[in-house]
Ligand binder design. Structure first.
Ligand code: PHE
Length: 339
């Protein structure tokens, strides 16, 4: 039996020495150490040995098993090292090859003017807030004091999504949402996309961008509105820009104004950019209507405020002398990479 064990050890070690890959090594493990393996077969016969011989043979059997196991480990790690060496050889990187050129993206002109605008208003103490693009009639119209028979509520002007859902036609909804969640003093701007059922042409798009502003506190007057908006115009268009306030109408502000700046292209003399007017309209504004404050649970006898809505696309097209608003939405890289 001792001889048999020695024989098994010798054969196993030699075979493992020659094994080419993991499958072969595994097959040898089964052949020698497996449940039906050669070593196990010998051990099963140990019952027939005398009590003196049994521990001697048993110890030898254990040694043989340990030797074979160690040889298997060695063979496995040798194969692994070899495989790694082969892979390293095959997968060497040629660092002299030319790399891939990455195109560097740029900011969209609307985002560029928005960033400047946020800077200006943050420096005056405004927070930036966000609102949903899908709104209810309540936030887009009712709470903004827009009567039920107002033409803006017509399907031809507003994209309705369902019975009471629509794509917001103005960022003014943010006024209501802000006053519902914040207490005066309030100073916020809310930039975002708005939607109107307009025909597409050089100056109209069914989706465009606005930035709403809202200030509510005790003792806010039209002077505050003028001061803030003049400051904004001078920061964005330059200190020599003239600013003009024209009376206007919005259901949610009273009194209401529209604000023009002198045309930067011609200095106010009149040109193609300003359609010979010398002025360019940039925003609508006004003192928040008492009804709107009441809708939001703010007492108009105690508080007053002003609001404004700036057209961001107009800001971008006038600043960068872009002649057609459609260019802002077509995502033509030849156009966009100029900014
Ligand atoms: N929401 C108005 C518009 O879209 C602009 C506006 C905002 C006017 C706030 C007054 C106050 O035309």
């Amino acid at each position: 039996m001792k001889q048999q064990l020695e024989q098994i050890r010798a054969t196993a070690l030699e075979a493992l020495e020659r094994a080419q890959n993991e499958q072969e090594i595994d097959a040898l493990r089964v052949r020698f150490l497996g449940k039906k393996g050669e070593l196990t077969a010998i051990l099963k016969q140990m019952g027939g040995l005398s009590p003196e011989q049994r521990p001697v043979v048993g110890q030898l059997a254990n040694e043989v098993r340990a030797d074979i196991e160690a040889a298997i480990e060695r063979a496995l790690s040798a194969r692994k090292e070899q495989a790694l060496a082969e892979r390293l050889q095959k997968e060497t990187v040629d660092i002299t090859m030319p790399g891939k050129v990455c195109q560097i993206g740029g900011l969209h002109p609307v985002n560029l003017v928005l960033e400047d605008l946020i800077d200006v208003f943050q420096s005056m103490g405004f927070d930036v807030v966000d609102g949903p693009e899908v709104e209810t009639e309540y936030y887009n119209f009712t709470a903004l004091n827009v009567p039920a028979d107002h033409p803006a509520r017509d399907m031809q002007d507003t994209f309705f999504l369902g019975k009471d859902l629509l794509l917001r036609s103005q960022t003014s909804c943010a006024q209501i949402r802000t006053m519902e969640t914040r207490k005066p003093p309030i100073r916020v701007i809310c930039p975002g996309r708005v939607f109107r059922a307009d025909e597409v042409d050089a100056t109209h798009s069914p989706v465009f961008h606005q930035c709403e502003g809202l200030v509510v506190d005790k003792g806010i007057t039209m002077c505050d509105l003028k001061g803030v908006l003049e400051q904004f115009a001078h920061e964005i268009y330059g200190p020599d820009t003239k600013v003009r306030f024209r009376p206007s109408f919005f259901p949610f502000t009273e009194p209401s104004v529209e604000v023009d700046v002198s045309c930067a292209a011609c200095g106010g003399k009149g040109c193609r950019v300003c359609k010979d007017a010398g002025w360019i309209e940039i925003l609508g504004a006004g003192m928040v209507h008492p009804n709107v404050l009441r809708y939001c649970g703010i007492d108009p006898e105690v508080y007053s405020g002003f609001a404004f809505g700036i057209g961001l696309d107009r800001l971008a097209t006038t600043r960068y002398k872009i002649s057609d608003i459609r260019l802002l939405f077509e995502n033509d890289l030849r156009f966009l990479s100029q900014f």
